[in-house]
Design a binder for this molecule. Structure first.
Ligand SMILES: *Cc1c(COP(=O)(O)O)cnc(C)c1O
Length: 381
């Protein structure tokens, strides 16, 4: 095939635009059992454990697949048949966790909350009080469907006090936000490669307490989505059980070097915040209204209300932007009537300025007049 496609600037909440170092790292063919893949795998595992302050207590188990695969592996492995889960849902990815648990036939109850106000310790305490059979809790950290950043520290405190094991879907937030698994006493943190870690898609990670993994042998009814067996095999041999995504592992090795060089979580968070602020301010100046107040928003995805104008449709708006080289995302189910732009990945101030210009041009092209103005709202830090 000799087709070439124009490469858009991805403003999607994953996969994200990767650095040239990450792309270049993939241009090599290594054997799964060779030293390059073994050492890179070992280095990735150590780095991710360090990112959650997990040394000596947590183990990182990489798995082939996207974030959802790792979440499924974590649930299969860490929630035994006689376990019962309290799932906190306040957005699209919470709903996906519900679907996952349901598909797996797990015993669970849902604490369904609105998108805002943010879930509180009291909400969770009441739900735990109502059902003493609950052994585990699950919730997502940044719900990329809406952009809400959930207060996992506050929720984790309740879980810890009650002896309930808390599994966090940190697929969107990991690497861009501080998560101290040890201090929060989390059972497991689940993530993927292609969001704040800015690598290529294709690996997910279950970062779990070693004691939890040790106790989980035989729990998973799945052959491939078994974090215990993958971990035990990796510990013994240094290898993945089944064909690993070798190129993606190399990409991840390069991506983590860049993460470290940028100053780790703090450095990355600062860059995202800067880019996000530029985007949100620019959009407000152009008359678009954010879905969330700044205090509840993660600086990795910005959601805006669809303009209330008959010239606007998401399909026409996004197509006109795509024609100009920018890929945006529709709001998910729980945030219908909004569109989203991700700020993860190698996006510069300059990219944001070009994007804002493209939005201006698009608004003019489509003849969109009425936008919901809130440009005089002050941006929080
Ligand atoms: C991206 C994401 C996932 C995983 O989705 P995949 O489609 O499997 O990559 C899970 N949870 C959250 C919060 C996410 O943002």
């Amino acid at each position: 095939m000799s087709e070439t496609y124009a490469e858009p600037l991805l403003l999607t909440p994953g996969p994200v635009r990767t650095a040239s170092e990450v792309k270049d790292a993939m241009a090599h063919d290594f054997a799964p059992a060779g030293v390059a893949i073994k050492e890179t795998t070992a280095r990735i595992r150590r780095y991710l454990v360090d990112l959650v302050n997990g040394d000596g207590v947590y183990e990182c188990v990489p798995l082939q697949g996207s974030g959802t695969y790792a979440i499924e592996a974590a649930f299969h492995t860490l929630i035994p048949d006689d376990g019962k889960v309290l799932l906190v849902v306040n957005g699209f990815y919470g709903l996906r966790l519900r679907e996952t648990l349901k598909t797996m036939g797990k015993d669970f109850v849902v604490l369904e909350l609105p998108m805002l106000p943010l879930p509180t310790a009291a909400d969770v305490e009441a739900a735990l009080d109502a059902d003493p059979a609950i052994t585990h809790m699950a919730m997502c950290h940044c719900d990329t469907g809406t952009g809400v950043l959930n207060p996992i520290a506050e929720i984790a405190e309740v879980a810890k006090k009650r002896g309930v094991r808390f599994i966090v879907d940190a697929v969107a937030s990991f690497g861009g936000f501080e998560i101290d698994a040890k201090a929060l006493d989390l059972e497991a943190v689940v993530t993927g490669a292609n969001k704040c870690l800015e690598s290529a898609p294709g690996i997910g990670f279950v970062i779990a307490k070693r004691t939890a993994l040790e106790a989980a042998k035989g729990n998973s009814p799945s052959m491939s989505l078994d974090a215990h067996d993958q971990w035990a095999f990796m510990e013994e041999t240094g290898l993945w059980r089944f064909t690993p995504p070798t190129h993606v592992i190399l990409a991840m090795g390069a991506a983590l070097k860049l993460h470290e060089r940028e100053g780790g979580v703090a450095g990355r968070n600062e860059r995202y915040r800067r880019v996000w602020r530029r985007l949100v301010s620019g959009m407000r100046q152009r008359g678009f209204k954010s879905l969330l107040p700044d205090a509840a928003a993660s600086p990795i995805v910005a959601s805006f209300h669809d303009p209330a104008d008959s010239h606007y449709s998401y399909a026409a708006f996004s197509a006109a932007l795509e024609k100009r080289g920018f890929l945006i995302f529709a709001g998910r189910l729980t945030a219908a009537g909004t569109f989203r732009m991700g700020c993860m990945g190698r996006i510069t101030d300059d990219d944001i300025d070009r994007l804002l210009q493209a939005i201006e041009d698009t608004v003019e092209e489509l003849g969109i007049q009425h936008r919901s103005r809130d440009e005089d709202r002050v941006l929080a830090d």
